[in-house]
Design a protein around this ligand. Structure first.
Ligand code: INI
Length: 158
């Protein structure tokens, strides 16, 4: 029996793209900071020259799948991380945006074979989103870890 599982230390050959939404950037900027901190502390070179990491900003979460698709299909990255914050508030837009971004991100991973980490918070209130982006914990850190695990796992699979 072979057991496949990702490691968090095989970072030397990984190139990672992060797609982050500007909408609710009070939240998404904190997710990005947490994510970059995690990746940097696990050996990912985040310096501009010869970087292992690139960041693409999009207007809102609805635009994430298109840009994630382009980056995943480029062949340049082993993992794509998506970061967004969709907050229900009073807008019926919430359901539309959440449905599109969640289905879109899953489709990108399946279509390209590149793992795409779903780091889009979906909450009822801004307070809940902020709690997940640094006030209590920062899920950006977890998304970074999940990216490392999936990059390593995919490289080890037959
Ligand atoms: N985009 C978000 O990322 N979060 C939201 O909460 C949100 N709401 O509530 O409307 C949102 N809307 C913008 C959307 O993602 C697109 O950028 C816009 O519709 C242009 O296509």
């Amino acid at each position: 029996m072979t057991v496949f599982e990702g490691r968090f230390t095989d970072t030397a050959s990984l190139r990672i793209a992060v797609v982050v939404a500007r909408f609710n950037d009070l939240v998404t900027g904190k997710l990005l900071s947490g994510c970059l901190d995690c990746l940097g502390r696990h050996g990912i070179d985040t310096d501009a020259a010869a970087s292992q990491l690139d960041v693409a900003w999009v207007p809102g979460s609805f635009e994430i799948p298109l840009v994630a698709q382009r980056l995943a299909a480029s062949g340049r990255y082993q993992v794509v991380i998506t970061l967004g914050a969709v907050i229900r508030g009073d807008t019926p837009h919430f359901d539309v945006v959440v449905a599109e971004v969640s289905k879109g991100v899953a489709a990108v991973a399946r279509d390209t074979g590149v793992p795409v980490i779903f780091g889009v918070l979906t909450t009822d209130t801004l307070q809940q989103a902020l709690e997940r982006a640094g006030i209590k914990s920062n899920l950006g850190w977890s998304y970074g870890l999940q990216a490392l695990e999936m990059g390593s796992l995919m490289a080890s699979l037959p």
